[in-house]
Design a protein around this ligand. Structure first.
Ligand SMILES: Cc1ncc(COP(=O)(O)O)c(C=O)c1O
Length: 397
């Protein structure tokens, strides 16, 4: 063999931006190997157990060998029906389980393949920035271009900023991503905003993909609207939901895409080529979770709300003030003025080294995230207090 043979990835992999969280994760593992207890607010990986009804059902169903075969790529009929019932119950939205709902192997898989089904070279997608990285990467991997729309804290400007950007573009973008409650900024929105988006998307003929991963993780009485509640939403787009956060089922890999039947069909087509569906016992267990008591989901959200209060109150005690988020499992926090000049990546490294606390640097979610860190509410109350004491000692505020 030629010794100089260098194996190259496809060009599409070369288009990916550098993975900002990689180095911090490597440093975290190195410290843990040295026996240092890093308090980890990095990834939004739920730490609480899956709701009981799903675990019990999985244990029962897995014993039946009929469930061990390849499953239905689109999702088994009872699961799709359970999703339509939940949309009806929670949002008053009617969905046809055969045409307007598809199960995905977590919403991340669904988003990735939907980008591949809708976008290609020469086409582009509008993405609010900072963003959950797969929104950007799925578009890049599909060979299409990303047009970022800065997310300001005042959402009233968002639509006018976007229409100003779109006015000056040719060819016009094909797809728009939205994500409310938003990761990482925790921004929430109203049904009025979605109504305006639908009008705009219709006028400009732009497909809307709404990522609703934090549908149920809302606080202080705030209820997040579904995009599909907006009049005419089904004409222009789809919405992704996930079992991961509402039911603490992140490792199970089950999510859904619902809405416009043509778009669902394109996603079903590409998934039909790529996968054989989610393991049947997981789908059956998900039915139990979806049909379960509303209190189960409320309990999940309450854990995050309590942790949010402890985190934000403890930060304020060390002189680092920030607003309490109304939703999601994150806090999006502006770096203190004194440390702004080093940037979010170096600041996060500093917290890891000096406070033994891992946070996500805002820059990892796009350039507009610079100046911020994101903390995931996945450590218990005592460890949150401990972490903030350690941060207080490391920072001089
Ligand atoms: C906004 C957003 N969308 C999607 C996902 C992925 O969810 P899933 O586990 O359903 O793939 C996450 C996970 O953190 C997220 O924050």
């Amino acid at each position: 063999m030629n010794e100089k043979f260098i194996i190259q990835p496809a060009n599409r992999l070369k288009r990916l931006p550098p993975y900002m969280f990689g180095e911090l994760n490597r440093l975290k593992l190195e410290k843990r190997r040295q026996g240092i207890d890093i308090i980890d607010f990095g990834m939004g990986n739920p730490d609480q157990p899956t709701v009981h009804s799903a675990v019990r059902k999985l244990q029962e169903v897995i014993a039946d060998s009929k469930t061990h075969r390849y499953s239905a790529s689109k999702g088994i009929p009872h699961l799709l029906k359970a999703v339509s019932e939940r949309y009806q119950r929670q949002y008053g939205v009617e969905l046809n389980p055969n045409k307007e709902i598809i199960a995905t192997i977590g919403s991340k898989e669904g988003i990735s393949h939907l980008s591949l089904a809708l976008l290609g070279p020469g086409e582009s997608a509008l993405i609010p920035s900072p963003a959950f990285p797969i929104h950007v990467w799925s578009v890049v991997l599909a060979g299409a271009n990303v047009i970022t729309i800065p997310m300001s804290s005042q959402m009233d400007h968002f639509l006018s900023d976007m229409s100003h950007i779109v006015e000056n573009l040719w060819p016009k973008p094909k797809v728009m991503f939205l994500n409310f409650p938003h990761n990482p900024t925790t921004t929430v929105t109203t049904l009025d905003f979605f109504e305006e988006i639908v009008q705009y998307a219709k006028k400009k003929e732009i497909i809307v993909i709404h990522d609703f991963a934090y549908a149920d993780i809302t606080f202080d009485g705030y209820k997040a609207p579904s995009f599909l509640q907006a009049k005419g939403a089904k004409d222009v787009g789809v919405e992704f939901t996930s079992m991961s956060k509402s039911f603490n089922m992140a490792g199970w890999r089950c999510g859904f895409c619902v809405g416009n039947p043509e778009i669902i069909n394109y996603l079903a087509t590409i998934k039909g080529y790529y996968d054989y569906g989610i393991f049947t016992p997981i789908q059956v267990a998900s039915i139990m979770a979806l049909r379960g008591q509303a209190e189960e989901v409320e309990r999940v959200a309450k854990v995050y709300q309590d942790r949010r209060d402890i985190l934000i109150d403890s930060l304020s005690k060390i002189g680092w003030n920030t607003e309490k988020p109304k939703a999601t499992m994150f806090a999006w926090i502006r770096i203190p003025e004194k440390y702004q000049n080093i940037g979010s990546f170096e600041f996060s490294k500093f917290l890891l080294e000096k406070a033994e606390v891992l946070v996500s640097p805002g820059i990892g979610f796009g350039e507009t995230g610079e100046g911020y860190i994101r903390m995931s509410l996945v450590e218990n109350s005592d460890r949150i207090k401990q972490a903030i004491r350690q941060i207080g000692r490391a920072l001089e505020l």
